[in-house]
Design a binder for this molecule. Structure first.
Ligand code: ADP
Ligand code: ZN
Ligand code: ZN
Length: 803
């Protein structure tokens, strides 16, 4: 093998590899990181393949290995290739997903002596200066020479001298900037005299330190004694205690306050599900057949997490390891603790909030096989976990598993590919499975496991009562408030009973659709069935899929009422209304605007848990993972905002959100109640969510999908072009459509169709206009792969949303 196919870290490399010759004396492996010459530069590359022949006639040589050990396993090399081909993303972008954190860095050029003694009289004065410096220091950074001689001069002198064999270049990664963390520790001075009398707080702190013979972290001392820093400073001045800065190891999990937990005895339903998974794990190790994919469908509080934990323990027993994915929002201390308590010191956490240093340490320890379980959000699927035997995706329907930017991968689909490559078993868990996932389970592609009952607060506990309030009725009765009479009464009751309330409002969609306040009618596209959206320019309603346009009607086409208007309220407006309607009640707002620093989520939650407010107002964030027994009422202020998004998944989205929000109520012994306000009370998604009836929702939804030929009955791609000029943007989108149709017909691909171009739902984003094309068909990646897309286009295969 004298040649290597290398994925190079350059934007011009796109989806291809480049052939390099392997110089004699160098051995490289698949998955190895190397330095390669690329144009004038030296860049990072990853070897993806070795071959006896180059793919092109002229090749340059690999300069050297960046690290002696390879950074990617063969499995990850295959996975990166698949991601690049399937999602049409640049190859190195896909590779980079799997590299150690902070690995993508520039090369630093060094100049070394070669040991050849020149005839000094033949050298220029600059050459002599360079040589002297290199001989004196052994290895000099090129930057230093540039400072000395000027950038141009340095480069030409070095080039001449390299040609003459007097010096040689070498490369190294820029050092990673990982600052060790230091914590303040305090301890009592051993033979501090009795000269000072201390009392009160100072005495308490001193007593605490006497009890502990070793230095104690200040954070702990403060927490245990309740003393302020001023108290400690006073003791320091008296010479009774000392401070010390201590390097702390970066441990994302603090085990100090975690009590190890034992497996719970399973309920009969849990046992049945667990037994299937167990035989799946055993089978996956035994024979070479494709490993099972399980869909664990269980209502909130049905004990899914307990099954994940026991399945992981089973995999460990069989000599395997696992990866568990949770949505970013669920990656709270609560969730991590549950895993850490079951697998003490055997859990690694990976998420974007860790510092680069923490991520770097964690990555290397994972690769060394130090953990049974890696838990993390989306990108944790790329952790270098060896001996992978089990992949768990909790809340598999969550949209956060899809990456917004390139590569536009979906962690669930990547998991399934990874399972295929490694033989690992997959568990997809959800209370409201994605209809595409459920469809596969119905078809037998996945194995369906069901937990229909709650185990909390007791086995078989009922789900909360849900009341759907028809807001048209409220108007007819003369109530123009944002709160229906029912909801207002329920809030007052809850407050009187010293209970807590969550008010949920999904702001997205805002005032862009119009609805008749008398009959609830929403204008829809005749072709696509999606709600028409009000367009900023002109008094028209537009279909964001096919660009169908109609003027805004003056009266309702359904009931001729004049009460047809824009709807939508944001959380901030809602907050005002709460203050106005319930002036004596304290409230907190929780949405992305209210979130600032690293722990702000926790701050808001802590306040609410600590009962510093009775009402919590929030967007989707409140819908997920909150488990607060004192919350007895959840109010959905408007179910219509998500229902009327111009997207074929809006019904599914609404069902999922409402089900989750409803699951927040009644976790405690006092039960719970949910009020959903809507202008479309008869809508199937709202009805099914109110009845906690996934089956009814699925039946209706899958029928719509079949009828309108949407996934899972086809696949989609969303192509968006953005440009500062709207007309140019539209023209390019039309040109691309014509080109794609020509290409399709020339290649005789029958099942692919194009919709649009139409202005994107968010037509203008950061000063650029956006137009989009939607493609439907089965082999979209293959179809689009050879087509050259000019800059400005983004391609999203299997988009989660068309808006
Ligand atoms: P889910 O993940 O489906 O929402 P969890 O696994 O979080 O459900 O379970 C909800 C609660 O029930 C947790 O507090 C958990 O400890 C408890 N639980 C789960 N399984 C059992 C069981 N078999 N026996 C007793 N308690 C259980
Ligand atoms: Zn009407
Ligand atoms: Zn349309």
């Amino acid at each position: 093998m004298r040649y290597a196919e290398v994925s190079v870290n350059s934007p011009v490399a796109q989806r291809r590899t480049f052939s390099y010759a392997i110089p004699s004396g160098l051995t490289v492996d698949v998955g190895q990181a190397v330095w390669v010459p690329f144009g004038e530069k030296v860049l990072q590359g990853i070897v993806l393949e070795l071959s006896p022949h180059p793919a092109v006639e002229e090749t340059r040589e690999i300069i050297g290995a960046i690290e002696p050990e390879r950074v990617l396993s063969p499995v990850h090399v295959s996975l990166a290739r698949w991601i690049s081909e399937y999602y049409l993303s640049p190859l190195f972008d896909a590779v980079a997903l799997m590299l150690p954190p902070g690995f993508e860095r520039k090369a630093i050029t060094f100049i070394d002596a070669t040991g050849r003694e020149p005839d000094r009289s033949s050298l220029t004065s600059e050459q002599r200066r360079v040589l002297d410096l290199v001989l004196e220091q052994g290895k000099v950074e090129l930057k230093k020479l540039e400072k000395l001689l000027g950038k141009r001069k340095a480069s030409s002198v070095v080039s001449q001298m390299v040609k003459q064999g007097l010096i040689a270049r070498s490369y190294d990664l820029e050092p990673i900037r990982v600052r060790p963390r230091k914590d303040l520790y305090i301890y009592k001075v051993a033979n501090a005299g009795k000269a000072h009398r201390v009392a009160g707080k100072q005495a308490a702190l001193l007593d605490f330190l006497v009890e502990r013979s070793a230095p104690v972290s200040w954070a702990e001392a403060r927490e245990k004694t309740g003393c302020s820093k001023a108290v400690a400073d006073a003791l320091l001045r008296k010479g009774l205690i000392e401070y010390r800065q201590v390097d702390v190891k970066r441990e994302p999990i603090s085990y100090e306050n975690i009590t190890p937990s034992s497996p719970l005895p399973l309920t009969a339903e849990q046992q049945t599900a667990f037994d299937s998974i167990k035989s799946g794990l055993i089978k996956a190790i035994g024979d070479g057949t494709a490993p099972d994919i399980f869909l664990l469908h269980g209502v909130t509080g049905s004990g899914k997490t307990e099954i994940y934990l026991q399945a992981l323990a089973e995999a460990v027993k069989l000599g395997k390891k696992g990866i568990a994915l949770v949505p970013e929002i669920a990656l709270t201390p609560q969730t991590i603790e549950r895993f850490a308590a079951r697998f003490p010191r055997r859990v690694a956490v990976l998420h974007s909030k860790l510092s680069l240093g923490e991520q770097y340490d964690e990555w290397h320890r994972i690769r060394n096989g130090e953990f049974d379980v890696v838990i993390g959000s989306r990108s944790a699927i790329f952790a270098p976990q060896p001996d992978l035997g089990l992949i768990i995706i909790d809340e598999e329907h969550e949209w956060t598993y899809k990456q917004d930017n390139s590569p536009h991968y979906h962690a669930r689909d990547v998991s399934i590919k990874l399972a295929e490559l490694t033989g690992a078993v997959v568990i997809l868990g959800s209370a409201t499975p994605d209809v595409e996932t459920f469809y596969k389970a119905q078809n037998g592609d996945y194995k369906l496991l069901t937990l229909p009952q709650r185990v909390v607060p007791r086995e078989g506990a009922s789900l909360p009562q849900v009341e759907v309030v028809d807001m048209r009725e409220e108007l007819r009765a003369g109530n123009r408030s944002i709160f229906s009479r029912s909801l207002a009464e329920a809030i007052n009751d809850a407050i009187a009973g010293r209970e807590q309330v969550i008010l949920f409002l999904n702001r997205r969609g805002g005032a862009t659709f119009i609805q008749c306040r008398r009959c609830g009618f929403v204008l829809r596209c005749r072709r696509c069935e999606v709600p028409l959206t009000h367009h900023i320019a002109g008094d028209v309603l537009t279909c964001h899929q096919c660009n169908y346009r109609v003027p805004i009607p003056q009266v309702c086409p359904n009931c001729s009422s004049r009460q047809i208007k824009f709807l939508g309220t944001g959380t901030q407006k809602l907050e005002q209304e709460v203050g106005y309607t319930f002036p004596r009640v304290r409230h907190l707002r929780w949405d992305s605007d209210a979130i600032g620093g690293r722990s702000s989520h926790e701050n808001i939650l802590r306040k609410f848990r600590g009962r510093e407010a009775e009402i919590l107002i929030g967007t989707q964030m409140v819908a997920k993972g909150l488990d607060i027994p004192s919350v007895t009422l959840v109010g959905v202020v408007s179910a219509d905002t998500s229902l009327n998004l111009p997207d074929f998944r809006s019904g599914e989205r609404t069902f999922q959100l409402l089900s989750q929000v409803a699951g927040r109520a009644g976790r405690g012994p006092s039960g719970g109640r949910v009020v959903i306000q809507t202008f479309s009370p008869e809508n199937y998604a709202i009805q099914a969510a109110a009845g906690h009836d996934y089956a009814a929702f699925y039946e209706q939804e899958i029928a719509y999908r079949r009828q309108l030929h949407n996934p899972p009955f086809t696949r989609l791609a969303r192509l968006v072009y953005s440009h500062t000029n709207d007309a140019i943007c539209q023209r390019e989108a039309e040109r691309m459509k014509a080109l794609l149709i020509g290409e399709r017909d020339a290649r005789g691909i029958g099942d692919t169709s194009l919709i649009g171009p139409a202005p994107a739902f968010i037509h203008r984003l950061r000063g650029r206009f956006r137009w989009q094309l939607i493609l439907r068909g089965s082999g979209l990646s293959d179809f689009l792969s050879p087509i050259a897309f000019p800059q400005g286009w983004t391609i999203d295969i299997d988009p989660m949303s068309l808006v």
